[in-house]
Design a binder for this molecule. Structure first.
Ligand code: R5P
Length: 287
């Protein structure tokens, strides 16, 4: 039995379909004062899969997740596998300055306290978030799904990471497709002059697929598009796992020269055209 929270109902339905499972109806709405009402409208089995991304509005989606988990526990459910396709607060997994809240750790503890038996997420911004849980936690990769999209839409691409941190994603996709990958790097030409360019490849005339885990404000990708344009690439396809897309991020990316932008459905957005339902279902079936 699968339950989708407000942020991930369609993805939950897709996962239910992939697993040949029943989607359990959930009634959730806000009281006039903004507080949340929630009711699980069906008898539940002993094992349930809950799907809820905790992106914007993060606090509301988290609160709803806690209510779902706690309610399932009080209904006697013993095994609650919790799929959090996009893990909100995942960028603050340690204290960078004294006195800072380690938000990711607090969120992990609350998810566990509310009743999750195990947690599945995709491309966590920091892999070590899995270690903040006492329960089993899995960090799945959406790269096979993105690679599938690229294979269908771009002939003979080069896969480019906008910075060294994203190189692992580019390499994973490139390995699946059997094509080259690289990352953009700042190179100091002289004490006064710095150039940013692909570290190893000559990309002139090639179609490029930029890949990152998150597109938030779009700044990283805008920069990457501009650099690739300076190096005379052909088409630019921008891809990411989590299309957070704050404000006019998407417009800025197109204005910087992207021909196509695609993200997965870990978050709802107008570019969430790659589904992770299949690979989440596969991971759930394995355990
Ligand atoms: C950084 O570590 C991430 O991988 C992304 O590059 C970053 O979150 C993107 O943020 P923005 O879209 O605001 O540049």
């Amino acid at each position: 039995m699968i339950i989708g929270g407000s942020s991930s109902q369609k993805l939950a339905a897709n996962i239910a379909h992939e697993m040949d499972d029943v989607l359990c109806p959930l009634e959730t709405r806000k009281f006039p004062d903004g507080e949340r009402y929630l009711r699980i409208k069906k008898e539940v089995d002993d094992g349930v899969v809950v799907v809820q991304s905790t992106g914007f509005p993060q606090d509301e989606n988290l609160m709803e997740l806690f209510l779902i988990l706690k309610t399932l526990r009080s209904m006697g459910v013993n095994d609650i596998r919790t799929v959090i396709p996009y893990f909100g607060y995942g960028r603050q997994e340690k204290s960078f300055n004294s006195g800072e809240a380690v938000s990711a750790e607090v969120v992990c503890q609350l998810i566990e306290f509310a009743g999750a038996s195990s947690v599945y997420s995709l491309n966590l911004h920091e892999k070590n978030i899995c270690d903040l849980f006492q329960i089993p936690a899995f960090n799945l990769s959406a790269m096979p799904a993105i690679a599938h999209y690229v294979e269908k839409n771009v002939e003979d691409p080069v896969i480019i990471a906008p910075d060294k941190g994203a190189l692992g994603f580019a390499q994973e996709v490139a390995e699946i497709l059997g094509c080259p990958s690289d990352h953009l790097e700042k190179i100091r030409l002289s004490p006064e002059k710095v150039e940013t360019k692909p570290k190893n490849l000559d990309v002139e005339g090639r179609d490029a697929v930029i890949i990152d885990d998150i597109i938030s404000t779009g700044g990283t990708i805008v920069n990457a598009c501009q650099i690739l344009k300076e190096h005379q690439v052909g088409q630019i396809v921008v891809s990411c796992v989590h299309p957070v897309l704050v404000g006019d991020a998407l417009l800025k990316i197109f204005a910087a020269g992207a021909d196509d932008v695609v993200g997965t459905n870990t978050l709802k957005s107008e570019v969430s055209n790659v589904s992770v339902a299949g690979l989440v279902a596969e991971a759930l079936k394995k355990e």
